[in-house]
Write a protein that binds this ligand. Sequence first.
Ligand SMILES: *Cc1c(COP(=O)(O)O)cnc(C)c1O
Length: 222
Amino acid sequence: MVDIALNISMLRQQIPPSVTIVAVSKTSPVSDIMIAYNAGHRCFGENRVQELLAKKDNLPAEIEWHLIGHLQSNKVKQVVPFISMIQSVDSFKLLSIINNESAKVNRTVNCLLQFHIAEEETKFGFNMEEVVQMFGSEEYKSLFNVRICGVMGMATFTEDMDVVRKEFIYLRNCFNKLKEKYFSGNAHFTEISMGMSGDFRAAVEVGSTMVRIGSLIFGERN
Ligand SMILES: *Cc1c(COP(=O)(O)O)cnc(C)c1O
């Protein structure tokens, strides 16, 4: 038996209080999310829009939802009215669509820029050059309904923690450079979202401010 409340409290003991734990509830039923909610947890992450929409209407409005998976342009308008943070912004085009849809509902949506830091080819994300180019563009300066709160990344899926640590350090260094160059004095640019069930310790050591943990809370997914 998976004890969701116990898993959260054990994680909370291992992770400094300054680090946000996003409980990744993809594939978990509403009843499991309610167990975590009743244990006091409020911050949850989902990677698919359809699944997120189906669940959220059956759960308390106090939940802070983070979108952590690739977001298709045509689904943006379904999430911007309620989402707490879109962690998976992986192109300027997507950012500008989020901006336009947020403006329509009078919101400013918190976003993280997803960086491609892993060896795998398939993972979405920016590289540093693309981000620098975006921040230098006139179009970027006209986006008033998105708030860039930091960066997100997924390390290579490997047991080799040296590889993983190197990728996390790279992401932290990207964050630091961006903070210095574009966000100095900006109170919102604070988040480095990195670390999952298999690598959160390395991520926290390297400076993660937000870990995204699924299987260590809800049990192994099929
Ligand atoms: C599934 C997922 C996680 C959590 O993975 P676990 O290994 O179950 O902790 C974290 N981040 C993203 C982007 C995911 O898709």
